[in-house]
Design a protein around this ligand. Structure first.
Ligand code: SF4
Length: 380
């Protein structure tokens, strides 16, 4: 039986960050009871989709740290009961916003089995945080981190580069501060301009200045060098950890392992060909799962063909530093497909951006910088 994980999407935030296109918002009018009951009902209806008792649980969002303690405890109690979970979680992560972290909440999360916390820090520069619309400032982030540090032995922080008015110096300061806190895990993302976000509109209207592509590439290089020197290993393009602290749950997504996602906009995968996605519609979700007739499915389903599976395999595996396993690829998609992959890799192996080692094709340090282009070339 394949190991599996469970993801819960909490679609509420106190206020919308200007760059964010996640399905989230409306915390001030959230009906936490209705939301909690709906997630429990969804699990009740879909628990048979789990291929085994889940070993990882990830509560993301949105802002899960806004969940009131009684809702959080009720949710976890029901998850354990419905999935038959009796032992402790191999990994149970909650995403938190610095402004919400208190010693009391940490004690409650720990009591419910949380053993990993991921905090959205983004920057240690107050002006940058203010411009992107974050609730916290740098001092608040450090205060929250110190509370988490004294409660959890596995803490991750998120950082962002390419922010408005960010400079190479301010980014160096952010990375230095992050390293000085000694988190077990750091995720670092480049600011993306998603359609419809306030940040994208402001950029189009020329109301903010952003680092150039060249500067962003330098920020990225700086990050990689500094984290490597500090003992972090880049195990996925945007994710760095101390040895043994790679995210087990997120690694499922990149290695095509099954997971069940609950809540509006959550995704699920059966580990084979079927992907499911819940609509991004909170009202519809609550009406469906808390209504008088909550039976019947409330997700869209897609069955992947061979070509799509191959594409996914290459796209996801090549983002990981371990790369694509050539034997496994040949077993799944045939010898001809594996030869094509090697043929497509040949010129990039020659120019030093890809390498074959231990039966895997993978990105070299210079290849990581142009990963998107390399992945497209491999899929030709
Ligand atoms: S807290 Fe996270 S999910 Fe909420 S608006 Fe900001 S970036 Fe988006």
């Amino acid at each position: 039986m394949k190991e599996t994980g469970l993801y819960i999407h909490v679609p509420f935030c106190r206020r919308k960050c200007l760059y964010c296109d996640f399905f989230s918002g409306g915390a001030s009018v959230a009906d936490w009871n209705a939301y909690t009951e709906a997630v429990i009902e969804e699990l009740r209806q879909r628990v048979d989709e789990l291929t085994a008792t889940p070993s990882t649980l990830y509560i993301g969002g949105g802002t899960p740290s806004l969940l009131p303690p009684e809702s959080f405890m009720r949710l976890i109690e029901n998850i354990c009961e419905l999935t038959g979970k009796k032992d402790s979680w191999e990994e149970f992560t909650i995403e938190v916003n610095p402004d919400d972290v208190t010693p009391e909440l940490c004690a409650m999360w720990r009591g419910c089995g949380v053993n990993r916390v991921s905090m959205g820090m983004q920057s240690f520069d107050d002006e940058e945080l203010r411009i992107i619309g974050r609730r916290h400032d740098s001092a608040g982030g450090i205060r929250a981190y110190n509370i988490l540090r004294s409660n959890f032995s596995n803490v991750s922080i998120d950082l962002m580069f390419g922010l408005p008015r960010q400079t190479l110096d301010s980014w160096r300061m952010t990375v230095e501060r992050a390293i000085s806190l000694r988190p077990e895990h750091i995720s670092a993302y480049s600011l993306m301009f998603e359609e419809g976000t306030a940040m994208t509109v402001m950029r189009k209207e020329g109301r903010l200045s952003f680092p150039t592509d060249d500067e962003c590439a330098k920020m990225w290089e700086m990050l990689s060098c500094m984290l490597k020197r500090a003992g972090y290993r880049q195990y996925e393009i945007s994710n760095y950890s101390r040895p043994g602290y790679e995210s087990k749950h997120n690694s499922r997504y990149w290695t095509s392992n099954p997971y069940l996602g609950l809540g509006p906009s959550a995704h699920s995968y059966d580990g084979d060909r079927v992907r499911k996605s819940n609509p991004t519609d909170l009202r519809g979700y609550l009406a469906h799962y808390t209504g008088s007739n909550p039976d019947g499915r409330w997700f869209e389903e897609e069955c992947l063909g061979d070509e799509e599976l191959m594409e996914e395999y290459v796209m996801l595996r090549m983002r990981m530093r371990m790369g694509a396993d050539l034997n496994q690829y040949a077993e799944r998609f045939g010898a001809e497909a594996a030869s094509r992959l090697k043929r497509n890799a040949a010129r990039h192996i020659k120019d030093g951006s890809l390498e074959i080692a231990d039966g895997h094709i993978r990105l070299t340090d210079s290849g990581v910088m142009i990963a998107d282009q390399l992945i497209l070339d491999l899929l030709m």
